[in-house]
Structure formats: C-alpha cells, structure tokens
Design a protein around this ligand. Structure first.
Ligand SMILES: Cc1cc2nc3c(=O)[nH]c(=O)nc-3n(C[C@H](O)[C@H](O)[C@H](O)COP(=O)(O)O)c2cc1C
Length: 251
C-alpha cells in the first residue's frame, strides 16, 4: 500500500508509477484525512510506502499528522518513503521515522528523486530554468524503474540527498517554516477569469470562488498548486510571485 501526497504532480507521478510497477494500492492522504479514514488492513508482510514532496527540508505537516493517526491491521514487511525535492531533503526521513517509531514501526528505506522546483513564495525563489527542469524530469524517469526494483527487492538504507547543513535546515529553518503557513497573501489579480481551476487543484479544498474570485480559507500548506495551475497566472502570493514562471507536472 502506498500513501501519497502531492501539490503540483511530481510526487503523484512517482507514486502512480510505483503503484503500477509494484501492483500496490494508492491512497491520497488529503482525501483520506478529509474522510477521517485512518484504518487500513495490510496483507501479511505487505510493503508500506509513503510518497511526498519535501517542504522546507521536512515532510509536509499534513503527511506527519496523517501518519500519527494511521491505524494499521497487519504488520508491514517493509516500510519505505520516496520523497521528491528540487534540491535536497535534509533530515526529512528522520522526522518520518520518529513518527513511525512512536507506533512501533521503523523506516527500512528512504529514497529521493530530484524533480522541478515548485516553491516560489519567497522573493529569491523561482521555478527552475526550462533546461534544468527538463534534465531533472529525464533523470527522474530513468530512475523510476530502478527505484521500483529497489522497493521490490526490499533494499534497506538511505538513498536521498541531504544537502549541506541538513540538521539546521530541517530542525531550525524547516520547523519555523512549517509552523507558519498563512495563506493571507494569496490573491487573484484582475487577470482572473473565474474558471475555478484553483478550486479544483487545491489538494486541501481550501479555496472557494466567492463572487467569481478565489478565496483562501486559512487551511493551506503552500503547495503552490493554485499558483502553478492557474491558466492566467492570475494567482499571486503578495508581491513575491510577480513575474515568475509556472510549473506543474504534466504527462
Ligand atoms: C512549500 C514548499 C517547500 C519546499 N521546500 C523544499 C526544500 O526544502 N528543499 C527542496 O529541495 N525542495 C523544496 N521544495 C520543492 C518541492 O519539494 C519539489 O518541487 C517537489 O517535487 C514538489 O512536489 P509536488 O509536485 O508533488 O508537490 C518545496 C516546495 C514547496 C511547495
């Protein structure tokens, strides 16, 4: 069974590919959490996977919250995570492992896949230049069969990029970032055509159209889906996103 979360499609693609190659069932974490569906039965020795993007060198808070609440019938034979990131993951695997440990479970393996960056809410951050994004996508596609094989063979260990100062990034910067995810700065410019795409793509169902304009309702994880999928590039975050490009995974 694979539990996954994705804002802009990178992690969804990885999760779907793995599920298809490994013949595993997929569960979309935000949907399960909305239904308060935390009870799952595993076949004897079944593998248990978590696939998600890195948010400020941590697993997204909603992923950790879900794992905290998860109740499993049946003992998994192998537990792994696959995370997608623009650059590096810091100590994100240790954070997931800690939450699992509190339930008497341990991560056997942590894998990382570099994919195009989606974070644009700070003035100095932008999407990758097209050639960098394309290179990452080609490499990720090449890596997927090997990744599936590693999981099938139940390989143990950590195969992700931690980057420099991983502890500082995860436990200091990441902790601050993931505690203060206000959506107050999101707004739509006059380019908005009220198409409702932002409402559709928000994995947390946090956006409603009010008077034809999107309204963010305070339950946001900054996944950037509303920004990146907007066909008019009308969704902005304060002044930080002005003039920036858009990216989301597309087949
Ligand atoms: C809120 C946020 C924070 C991010 N933080 C990091 C980070 O700390 N390190 C990194 O390499 N990439 C970071 N990224 C980039 C994403 O992890 C990466 O683009 C990922 O593949 C997006 O996955 P998705 O398309 O499934 O949402 C961040 C993206 C977002 C939206």
């Amino acid at each position: 069974m694979i539990f996954y979360y994705s804002g802009c499609g990178n992690s969804r693609h990885v999760a779907e590919q793995l599920a298809a190659r490994l013949g595993q069932k997929l569960v979309f974490i935000p949907q399960a959490a909305r239904r308060e569906d935390y009870d799952y039965a595993l076949a004897e020795g079944e593998s248990l996977g978590f696939v998600f993007p890195i948010y400020s060198w941590q697993p997204p808070r909603l992923v950790l919250d879900f794992v905290e609440r998860l109740r499993l019938a049946g003992a998994p034979g192998y537990i792994y995570m696959v995370t997608t990131y623009g650059d590096d993951a810091g100590m994100a695997d240790r954070m997931l492992d800690k939450v699992l440990a509190a339930k008497g479970l341990r991560l056997d393996a942590a894998f990382g896949v570099a994919m195009p960056n989606t974070y644009v809410n700070m003035s100095f951050m932008n999407i990758d230049p097209p050639e960098v994004a394309q290179r990452k996508l080609v490499r990720a596609e090449e890596a997927l069969p090997l990744l599936a094989r590693s999981i099938r063979e139940r390989r143990k260990g950590v195969e992700l990029k931690r980057g420099v100062f991983p502890r500082t990034k995860t436990y200091a910067i990441g902790a601050g970032f993931n505690q203060s995810l206000s959506d107050k700065a999101f707004h739509a410019t006059d380019a908005c055509v009220s198409c409702g795409r932002c409402v559709e793509v928000c994995p947390l169902r946090n956006i409603a159209l009010v008077g034809g304009r999107p309204r963010w309702n305070g339950h946001c994880t900054h996944c950037e889906a509303c920004y990146h999928y907007c066909p008019q590039n009308a969704v902005q975050f304060g002044r930080a996103t002005r003039g920036k490009g858009q990216y989301h995974y597309s087949d």
